[in-house]
Design a protein around this ligand. Structure first.
Ligand SMILES: [Zn+2]
Length: 402
C-alpha cells in the first residue's frame, strides 16, 4: 500500500527550498516580511482555492494570536496582498521548477505515479498553453504582441503549462511551465502557428535532461501536429504523441485519406452507447501510415477520427480527429480516442474549477488592469511567480478549442 504525500512534508520542503530565494529589496526598504513567507502565503491561497483565505487568517492572527496560515502553511508573518506582489514580482518562474519535479519524484517514490500510467503504460502529458497577462497599456520587453482588427496592439504573456493526466482521474500533476518569448516567432491574431511548438521544443529539452525514466504520450492541439515537433518526439526522444489534426492545416494527409477511403483503406467501427434517455452512435475511422505533409521526407503517421451522433435525430454531438505514432488497430482505436479526449476533459474541468473557485483570485494577486496599472506602471515587471496563479486568474486560453 503506497503512502500519501502529506501536506506537512510538502510544506517543509517548500519552506526549506524557498528560504534560499534571492531578495532584491534594498536594505532601507521595509524588510519586515520574508520572501519565504510571501511565497507560502500565496501558495496557501491557491492550495485552499479561497480568495479570502489570507484576509481571514490575518483576522484570526489578530484575535487569537495564531492562525491556520501559521500552523498549516508555516507562514510566520502573513504579508498583505500588495506586499506579496512586491516580494514575488522580481522572481522568475524557473526559480520554482524544482518544486514541481520534487512533487512528481515524491509521488514516484511512494508508488503513486505508477497509477497514472495509461495507454501502453505511458504517462499522458498535455501540452497546452495559457495566456496570463493581457493589456493594451501595460507591457515589458518580453511581452508578446498582437494587433487586432482595429489596429490596437495587445500585449500579453503566454506559457506552456504541461500536466500529467489520466483518463477517469480527477487529479492532474503539473510539470514546470515554459514561457513563450518573442524570439519564438510571430503569430497572426489569436492563432500561434510557430510559438507553441518552439516553446514545446525548449520544454522537451529541459524535461529530457531531467527525466529519462518514463515513456510519455504527449497530447496537444492541432498546432503541435507538425512535422518538426512530431519527428523530434518520435525519433529523438522516442516518445509518443496524440495531436489534434484538422483538415485545413493538413491537406496532404486528408487527400490521402480520401483516396484510401475510396478503395476501402479506411477502417470504420461503430458503437452504440445508451445515455439514459437516448442512444449515441460513436463512429471511429482510422488509417495507418499517412504522410503528415507533402514532400519526399514526410513523416508517416497514423490517423483516427471519432464522430458522435444522436441515434434518433442524427444530430452531430462531437467530431474530432488526431494523428499518433501509437499503433492503430480495431483493439487500440477505442482506448486511444479515450486518451485523446482526456485532454479536452481536463481542459474543460480546469476551466470550470477556475470559474467556480479561482475567479476572484485575480483581484488579490494579479493582473486585473485597474490595480495592475497602479502597481506596475512604476516597474513594468509583471511576471507571475507561480504559473498556477496565472492559470487560475486568467482562464483565457490562447490555443484554439479542440
Ligand atoms: Zn510583458
Amino acid at each position: 500500500m503506497s503512502k500519501p504525500l502529506a501536506l506537512s512534508k510538502l510544506i517543509n520542503h517548500l519552506r526549506e527550498s524557498w528560504q534560499g530565494l534571492p531578495d532584491s529589496r534594498k536594505a532601507n526598504n521595509n524588510t519586515k516580511y520574508r520572501i519565504v513567507d510571501a511565497c507560502l502565503a500565496a501558495f496557501s491561497t491557491f492550495f485552499m482555492q479561497l480568495p479570502s483565505f489570507l484576509a481571514y487568517q490575518r483576522t484570526m492572527e489578530q484575535s487569537k494570536g495564531r492562525s491556520n496560515g501559521q500552523s498549516l502553511f508555516q507562514v510566520e508573518k502573513i504579508p498583505s496582498d500588495g506586499q506579496i506582489r512586491n516580494l514575488l514580482d522580481p522572481l522568475t518562474p524557473d526559480q520554482f521548477a524544482g518544486e514541481y519535479r520534487w512533487v512528481v519524484d515524491e509521488l514516484e517514490k511512494s508508488g503513486h505515479l505508477q497509477a497514472f500510467r495509461a495507454h501502453q503504460k505511458t504517462l499522458l502529458v498535455v501540452l497546452d498553453g495559457v495566456t496570463y497577462h493581457s493589456s493594451t497599456t501595460i507591457h515589458c520587453d518580453e511581452c508578446l504582441q498582437r494587433q487586432d482588427s482595429q489596429g490596437i496592439i495587445h500585449y500579453y504573456h503566454s506559457a506552456i503549462t504541461p500536466v500529467i493526466v489520466k483518463p477517469d482521474s480527477p487529479h492532474v500533476l503539473p510539470l514546470p511551465p515554459e514561457l513563450i518569448v518573442p524570439q519564438d516567432g510571430h503569430e497572426k491574431q489569436d492563432c500561434a502557428p510557430g510559438r507553441h511548438p518552439a516553446a514545446a521544443k525548449r520544454w522537451l529539452a529541459h524535461q529530457a535532461a531531467y527525466d529519462t525514466t518514463w515513456t510519455k504520450t504527449y497530447l496537444g492541439d492541432d498546432l503541435y501536429a507538425n512535422q518538426p515537433l512530431c519527428h523530434l518526439l518520435a525519433a529523438t526522444y522516442h516518445q509518443f504523441f496524440v495531436f489534434v489534426c484538422k483538415p485545413d492545416s493538413h491537406s496532404t494527409l486528408y487527400q490521402e485519406i480520401a483516396l484510401l477511403a475510396n478503395v476501402g483503406g479506411v477502417t470504420t467501427l461503430t458503437q452504440r452507447l445508451w445515455k439514459g434517455r437516448h442512444a449515441e452512435v460513436w463512429t471511429y475511422r482510422f488509417a495507418s501510415q499517412l504522410p503528415l505533409r507533402s514532400g519526399s521526407d514526410a513523416l508517416f503517421v497514423n490517423w483516427f477520427e471519432l464522430t458522435i451522433t444522436h441515434e434518433k435525430t442524427g444530430e452531430l454531438i462531437f467530431r474530432n480527429a488526431w494523428i499518433t505514432n501509437h499503433l492503430l488497430s480495431s483493439q487500440t482505436v477505442l482506448p486511444l480516442a479515450q486518451v485523446a479526449r482526456t485532454r479536452w476533459k481536463v481542459e474543460n474541468e480546469t476551466i470550470n474549477v477556475l470559474k467556480n473557485h479561482g475567479y476572484h483570485l485575480e483581484h488579490n494577486f494579479g493582473f486585473d488592469v485597474s490595480s495592475a496599472e497602479r502597481a506596475w506602471s512604476k516597474t513594468l515587471v509583471h511576471r507571475p511567480v507561480y504559473p498556477q496563479f496565472a492559470r487560475l486568474s486568467h482562464p483565457y486560453r490562447s490555443t484554439s478549442r479542440r
